[in-house]
Design a protein around this ligand. Structure first.
Ligand code: SF4
Ligand code: SF4
Length: 307
């Protein structure tokens, strides 16, 4: 069964007579989690968990449908320069809606999945915390529900931020947290808010790895884009740590991360991950066992610097 056919998909809504942005030739395949679960995991167990997740899963699909339906609902004479009061308003709204970290960057074309398209070149990256006291219980029904709560609330958030920007005269495209068009952890890393750990999840000082991501694309040209990333030391730290590699119940996390020419990484063998992921409530052991989940970013940095 091709799960992609039943998922909301941006490409069905792209008007090819208007400008759009394609992935570069060296772009990678997107991860289709439901498809991987269907092909390599246990769809039966996943179906059983549906009543626990129903509200958030179908809420997310509803928001995604709105996202794609309103792709070309944009202001008539859009401005490409955001006023500082609007930028501050955008940040305040994101925080009000539950964002903990906000980053700004331009989209590297190799980060767009090889079968997807977008319409605007810059990105506002939004990270939402998954409550640590719940993630600590993983693998559990509650932890799985918490993951889907963040997916849902991020889907709502990006639609609200799109509307906020449109209402003030800027073009914006919501990038949902589920089934997105671009590799979000890479975009977030490029925006400087964190670094991708050995388990493939973004790690930030505020949230550690206990987060989910979504994006709003725009053609606003004066976003405060950050070209520096202060957290790259995490890459060296991961080489000395490997806790997630040891604790992963599926043996799915590569000790030697595969690094591609464009700098993007493959951290996980998803076929191996699919079994615990589908049979044990979304697993999430790699987040719970990460040193940045258990301890404080500054403390880890200081101790590592002394070595
Ligand atoms: S979700 Fe579980 S199986 Fe998958 S990589 Fe993380 S720890 Fe391993
Ligand atoms: S557990 Fe250790 S190796 Fe794995 S991502 Fe966290 S810090 Fe890096």
């Amino acid at each position: 069964m091709d799960i992609k056919k039943v998922m909301p998909n941006i490409n069905k809504h792209i008007d090819k007579s208007k400008p759009y942005i394609s992935p570069s030739e060296n772009a990678h395949k997107g991860l289709n989690v439901p498809q991987i679960v269907f092909d390599y995991g246990s769809i039966k167990t996943k179906v059983k968990s549906l009543p626990n997740l129903y509200k958030y899963m179908f809420g997310s699909f509803k928001e995604m449908k709105k996202t794609y339906k309103e792709l070309y609902k944009q202001p008539r004479n859009p401005s490409k320069n955001i006023a500082s009061k609007d930028l501050e308003g955008l940040k305040a709204l994101a925080i009000e809606l539950g964002a903990s970290d906000i980053g700004f960057t331009d989209v590297d074309l190799s980060y767009i999945f090889d079968d997807k398209l977008i319409i605007y070149p810059n990105a506002i990256v939004l990270a939402m915390e998954m409550a640590p006291n719940i993630i600590e219980t993983a693998p559990s029904k509650n932890a799985e529900k918490e993951i889907f709560r963040t997916y849902y609330e991020l889907c709502v958030m990006v639609n609200r931020i799109k509307d906020f920007l449109n209402d003030r005269g800027y073009n914006a495209e919501a990038g949902p947290s589920l089934g997105g068009e671009v590799n979000y952890p890479l975009l977030a890393q490029k925006s400087g808010i964190g670094v991708i750990g050995k388990h493939g999840m973004l790690i930030t000082p505020k949230l550690g790895p206990s987060l989910r991501l979504a994006v709003v694309y725009t053609d606003i040209a004066n976003l405060p884009i950050e070209n520096d990333n202060k957290h790259l030391w995490i890459n060296d730290f991961c080489e000395t740590c490997n806790q997630c590699v040891k604790k992963c119940p599926g043996g799915a996390i590569y000790k030697d991360t595969i690094i591609f020419e464009d700098g993007s990484k493959q951290c996980i063998d998803y076929k191996k991950c699919a079994v615990p992921f589908s049979k044990q409530h979304g697993c999430t052991v790699c987040i719970k066992e990460c040193i940045f989940f258990k301890s404080n970013y500054d403390k880890i940095e200081k101790a590592f610097a002394k070595k």
